[in-house]
Design a protein. Structure first.
Length: 512
């Protein structure tokens, strides 16, 4: 096994040597957050919410629908009860003892080491949309997603300097069988990108396939530093189902990172009272995190929160609401209290196209996420229709905004160049700063400039075709896909992956 690991490591090194031939646009430029996080709630208020969560954990309980999980919980002092014996009642002090075993920061490795990402602390990761069964573009409209669409979004994420992560199920390839499509998706992330990616979570077996494929590419190093961050959703209210627990167990035993994330619509899966929603969210997350630490102490985990509210007249989810912003910011404070990396936010919208509603709602969630110092922001690009569709134009429009956020989190520089004292002294009241030596020296780098947003006069814009932002984004999508070049992948590794996929497709029985 040592010899095999050496062989794989050398392949990875060779791939690194040849990566200089690929455009620098694909390189990860992960930002450090140099702005103070927004504090929505007082320290006393956060502690009150946490104590209410401990009351839920000890007195109300969290259901675990998995026999092995129940045995693990019982072996670690958790009392099981309820009508079916599947409700876990956690001792208040004990649950935090396990939570405190999780690291506050960790590194997720990529097949190109230059694209490794640091998660936690003041680090921020932007990852694309996750899970839509449909895709949308202005030429073909809304349609069922295919594997070609999936691979296209992987390519777009790879080419963007503002997306640090390839994501997971960027869309559901409906043209592939349900029971084996996870193999095609993991292969797509590996083949068409060299950024970090997420594993499959639909079953424990699919998670095991994800681990096996990551090991083929990166060797045994993945058991020291995780090669995957995967999404474990709580079946709110207060339930962990057998599928999520199956995947969580596999990833924990393989030392792979997971996001433990309640899925909350206030007014449906949690109370309309926002403090109650936060109490439930905190309790659900802590239960899953503690369970993972029981399986493997020190295994990386991310404290997650997916939340918005429903429209109480129609029952439809509402994205970008002020209530969701309040919960997001307070949840970030809870994560900092627990000294855990935090996942929340995203470019959420209920809009069907990349229109004004999409812009307003997306910024209504994404800006507080950035200002709250969220460490891992899933759904950072491409989300449409309440998560039912991944939009091509929306993807690149969102990426433009992510570029702006890269500049925002740098904060205010107080160095000599930023003060520009010579320019302030030498520019007289009847002159301007446009042509000063300081302006000319900083002309290209002083301000962030988006590529697809139009800053021309109305007359020039009209004469050149009155192109909308969505039309400009559509052009950029097509140009990016034409310009795409796949990152190098060792032929022997590629062949081993394809052989593994072929074998597993023969072995996995159809679900229906």
């Amino acid at each position: 096994m040592a010899r095999e690991r050496s062989r794989r490591t050398s392949r990875r090194d060779r791939a690194k040597d040849t990566v200089e031939t690929i455009s620098k646009i694909s390189k990860v430029n992960q930002p450090k957050v140099n702005i103070s996080p927004y504090e929505m709630v007082t320290e006393e208020g956060i502690e009150k919410i946490h104590q209410a969560s401990l009351e839920i954990l000890s007195d109300v309980g969290i259901d675990f629908y998995d026999e092995e999980a129940i045995e693990v919980l019982k072996a670690n002092g958790v009392k099981m009860g309820g009508d079916t014996g599947e409700t876990a009642f956690f001792d208040r002090e004990m649950v935090m003892e396990f939570v405190n075993k999780a690291p506050s920061e960790f590194t997720q490795i990529a097949r190109d080491p230059d694209n490794n990402v640091r998660i936690g602390g003041k680090n921020m990761v932007f990852a694309p949309v996750y899970g839509p069964p449909f895709v949308y573009d202005i030429d073909r409209g809304r349609r069922e997603a295919t594997l070609e669409d999936f691979n296209n979004f992987v390519k777009l994420a790879y080419m963007s300097p503002y997306l640090h992560h390839s994501g997971g199920t960027v869309c559901e390839p409906g043209d592939e069988p349900t029971h084996t499509r996870h193999l095609d998706m993991i292969y797509g992330h590996i083949k068409y990108s060299n950024k970090a990616f997420m594993g499959s979570v639909t079953t424990g077996e699919n998670a095991a396939d994800s681990v096996a494929m990551a090991e083929i590419v990166m060797g045994k190093e993945i058991y020291e530093n995780p090669a995957m961050v995967s999404l474990i959703n709580v079946s709110s209210p207060r339930r962990y189902d057998d599928r999520m627990l199956g995947a969580l167990k596999v990833y924990a035993k393989a030392n792979q990172a997971t996001i433990v994330s309640p899925f909350l619509f206030s007014g449906a899966m949690s109370p309309v009272g926002l403090a109650g929603t936060l109490t439930q969210m905190n309790a659900e997350s802590l239960a899953g995190i503690a369970f993972k630490q029981m399986l493997k102490p020190g295994c990386p985990v991310i404290f997650g929160c997916f939340q918005t509210n429903i429209d109480l007249q129609s029952g439809a989810p509402v994205f970008g609401s002020p209530e969701s912003q309040i919960v997001l910011s307070a949840a970030a404070q809870l994560a900092r209290r627990h000294k855990l990396p935090f996942r929340s936010g995203g470019m959420f919208t209920g809009a069907k196209t990349a229109d004004a509603q999409a812009a307003y709602e997306s910024m209504g969630v994404m800006l507080p996420a950035v200002q709250s110092g969220v460490n891992f922001i899933l759904h950072s690009a491409g989300w449409l229709e309440g998560g039912l569709a991944a939009g091509y134009e929306k993807f690149v429009q969102d990426a433009e905004i992510l570029g702006m956020f890269h500049r925002l989190v740098e904060g205010l520089s107080l160095d000599e160049n930023s003060f520009a004292m010579d320019s302030l002294r030498n520019t007289v009241v009847t002159d301007h700063h446009l042509g000063t030596p300081h302006t000319m020296a900083n002309f290209r780098t002083a301000f962030h400039r988006a590529e697809i947003f139009n800053y021309d006069s109305y007359e020039k814009w009209y004469e050149e075709g009155a192109e909308t932002s969505e039309q400009a984004a559509a052009k950029k999508v097509k140009q990016m896909l034409r310009d795409y070049e796949a990152p190098p992948l060792d032929q022997a590794i590629d062949e081993e992956l394809q052989a593994y996929i072929a074998r597993r497709k023969e072995e996995i029985p159809p679900e229906f």
